[in-house]
Design a protein around this ligand. Structure first.
Ligand code: HEM
Length: 81
């Protein structure tokens, strides 16, 4: 399998809408979660993290601290910071 591309923080920041795509970062990985937004059990709150890091939000909402949540996220990985 070929390595994923290195993506700049600036490029991530440009993806914070459903139109431009919704990208987030988590522990150095970059994830394109555009397709997941409408499936999120927590609804539109997920857009608060659009274009940036999800760690601050996941600290507040500990429901994400489960393996099955990380499994979902891993499926959307597109690169490394
Ligand atoms: C619930 C995924 C970002 C707020 C959940 C659940 C999943 C999920 C799978 C259900 C967990 C369970 O009940 O077992 C994700 C993913 C995210 C993300 C993959 C980012 C890529 C966020 C953000 C916020 C948020 C940024 C808040 C700003 C919530 C809330 C719930 C929830 C409040 C609980 C909903 C309920 O049970 O009523 N999320 N989430 N999520 N999420 Fe997220």
């Amino acid at each position: 399998s070929s390595p994923l591309p290195i993506i700049s923080q600036e490029e991530v920041t440009r993806h914070r809408s459903l139109k431009d795509g919704v990208w987030v970062t988590y522990k150095g990985g970059v994830y394109d979660i555009t397709e997941f937004v409408s499936m999120h059990p927590g609804g539109e709150k997920i857009m608060m993290a659009a274009g940036g890091a999800i760690e601050p939000f996941w600290s507040l909402y500990a429901v994400h601290n489960q393996e099955h949540v990380l499994d979902i996220l891993s499926g959307y990985k597109v690169g490394e910071l």
